[in-house]
Design a protein around this ligand. Structure first.
Ligand code: NOJ
Length: 603
């Protein structure tokens, strides 16, 4: 049975203002008009922008699982270079690489031991340079993943910190504290790790005795850096410059909301409601959230954002995107993308909004309002390497918390239903103005691996919760390229694969979809082509209730109506040309069926 858990709450139901308003940013290339017209109509306008990231479609590569160039079963940079043309053909603008830096791989590379080198698993700096040059020659930009909140415990800085002893400048690079209670045996505070268990681990001091504790918001192999220490800040300036000088187009910044911990490291607190119960996150004020979660979204983190934006802007055409899983109203997340902070932030509210009419309306309205108010483009995203793939989420019976996955003993999702809804949501999303993210494999409609046995699992969540939460491996399984080429469907030349593919992956392989009308791959290609040709990423937006009934939803972007049918009654399409649709063979004379989307060039 799937555990049914409370929905994460993002956004604020009462957030709308009732007056029309206009926000202008004349110092930028584009201006934004944001108006509230009726209860569910928002008008949002952007002009064509020279800032590529405002409308870019960015494809996430998870290097372990994209393509293996040397046959060892682990994806690598040469493998990516060999397959780059298929991404150009897909029609994306940029690639974001999850980390490939030197790392003991305790959290699949999010535990970095050298920020300025490539892990031998993935190749060399020369391989990276070759990849970058090839990508640029194909018109694809490259974004790399910087992990500044924590290092690996094998990083030289951490080894030096342990060796140098209490009170040393080396130890001040991290967050070490004495324990509480008898002989400091108890953790310094009550903070829980995101991966389960405590955030504190006790070290053995150089004199062989049990000593201080160090903080790790994630795994014990990922000690948190002390971002109040100016040396840490200076070191990371150099890391940014190192990659920018090498020619990367930007960064995705890991845990962009976690670097500053509240002064004094106070215990986390449960906020109580007037009635004495526990206040849900969605009902807390921003200040209450900062107190309740003393390691997320502390105000001083914005100083770091601003410092980095100056570096980014000192180079031409670069950008940075924040990974900030921040609770509370979307206005809070929008603080990360004020004009002198990040260029983009992942819209996790949209990721988990769900495929219902009401949820889409609310999330899209909230997004345009919150991001528009600070002059930032909204981003749109449905899947990534930390989340159950959206085609699988939409076929599930219950819900799981973000960061968890599905195991063989769980009730299995409905694959066909999930795929139908997932394709529909993608087609709806890609019609929206703003930036969009695609996670590798979703262009194939690839489902989560939901029957992966425990013996293959690698996510620290699985081990830290003793298997209670199976973790994220199911969305990280290597991609199928050529059906039946070998055991890994062409992921590697030998058939080796660091996680085994489920038998069904063969039917999703790229070669069986390429050129096949109605396939998910051809759908994505068409969506991206029309989006680019008509400039919809930098478009204008209005809800078009005149085109729909109670169970359907439509908006118009640059004269293109994007219509979704959520109900079982078919919907008549407006007059015009069907530009792209999830419903194979649909023409203007047909009706749009349930969980199908069509883009119509209005007559
Ligand atoms: C967020 C990353 O996306 C995730 O994969 C990682 O485990 C944590 N940050 C810790 O770095």
């Amino acid at each position: 049975m799937l555990r049914s858990l409370k929905k994460r709450r993002f956004g604020n139901a009462n957030a709308f203002i009732s007056l029309s308003r206009q926000v202008e940013h004349p110092w930028w290339f584009c201006s934004y008009t944001l108006e509230r017209m009726t209860n569910d109509d928002v008008l949002y306008v952007t002009k064509e922008s020279a800032e590529w990231w405002r409308q870019a479609v960015i494809y996430q590569i998870y290097p372990r699982s994209f393509a293996d160039g040397n046959g060892d079963g682990m994806g690598d940079l040469q493998g990516v270079t060999q397959r780059l043309e298929s991404l150009q053909e897909l029609g994306i603008d940029a690639i974001w690489f999850s980390p490939f830096f030197k790392s003991p791989q305790k959290d699949a590379g999010y535990d970095v031991s050298d920020y300025k080198d490539i892990d031998p698993l993935f190749g060399t700096l020369a391989d990276f340079d070759a990849l970058l040059a090839r990508a640029h020659s194909l018109g694809l930009r490259i974004i790399v993943d910087l992990v500044p909140n924590h290092t690996s415990d094998q990083h030289e800085w951490f080894k030096a910190a342990v060796a140098a002893g209490k009170g040393s400048p080396e130890r001040d690079m991290y967050i070490f504290r004495d324990g509480k209670g008898w002989f400091g045996r108890k953790e310094p505070n009550n903070w829980p790790s995101v991966f389960g268990g405590s955030t504190w681990t006790r070290i053995t001091e150089p004199n062989g005795k049990k000593g201080q504790w160090y903080l790790h918001i994630f795994d014990s192999s990922q000690p948190d850096l002390n971002w109040r220490n100016p040396i840490v800040r200076d070191e990371f300036d150099k890391v940014l410059q190192f990659w920018l000088d090498r020619g990367v187009d930007g960064f995705r910044i890991d845990v962009a909301h976690g670097m500053i911990k509240r002064d004094g490291l106070p215990d986390t607190k449960q906020m109580s409601t007037e009635m004495g119960g526990v206040k849900p996150e969605g009902e807390m004020t921003i200040e209450e959230l900062e107190i309740a979660n003393p390691y997320w979204g502390q105000p001083e983190v914005h100083e770091i954002n601003r410092r980095w934006r100056k570096i980014i802007d000192s180079y031409k055409d670069r950008a940075m995107a924040a990974e900030a899983w921040i609770g509370g109203p979307l206005e809070r997340m929008a603080r990360w993308v004020r004009p002198d902070e990040y260029n983009q932030t992942f819209n996790f509210g949209y990721m988990f909004a769900g495929w219902t009419k009401e949820a889409q309306v609310k999330s899209i309205n909230d997004s345009f309002k919150a991001f528009g108010a600070v002059g930032a483009p909204s981003t749109w995203v449905l899947s990534n390497h930390d989340t159950i793939r959206h085609v699988t989420r939409y076929g599930m019976v219950g819900e799981l918390p973000q960061g968890d996955g599905i195991g063989p003993e769980y009730e299995q999702p409905d694959e066909a239903l999930g795929l139908r809804k997932g394709r529909a949501n993608t087609a709806f999303m890609l019609g929206l103005p703003g930036g969009a993210y695609i996670y590798q494999g979703e262009e194939l409609g690839l489902p989560e691996h939901t029957t992966l046995e425990g013996k293959y699992r690698q996510d620290p969540t699985y081990f830290r919760t003793k298997g209670k939460r199976v973790g994220r491996d199911g969305c990280r399984v290597p991609l199928p390229w050529e059906a039946g080429a070998n055991e890994s469907n062409g992921f590697s030349s030998t058939g080796a694969s660091w996680l085994p593919q489920p038998s069904g992956y063969k039917t999703y392989a790229r070669d069986v979809q390429r050129g096949v009308p109605g396939s998910t791959l051809e759908l994505y290609k068409r969506l991206l082509k029309v989006r680019k040709d008509l400039g919809l990423g930098a478009g204008d937006f209005r809800w078009a209730s005149e085109l729909t009934d109670d169970e359907s939803l439509a908006f118009v972007n640059k004269g293109v109506a994007v219509i979704a049918n959520f109900g079982s009654t078919p919907v008549q399409l407006p007059a015009g040309e069907v530009l792209v649709t999830t419903q194979h063979d649909l023409t203007a004379e047909h009706e749009l069926q349930q969980d199908q989307v069509a883009w119509i060039k209005l007559a």
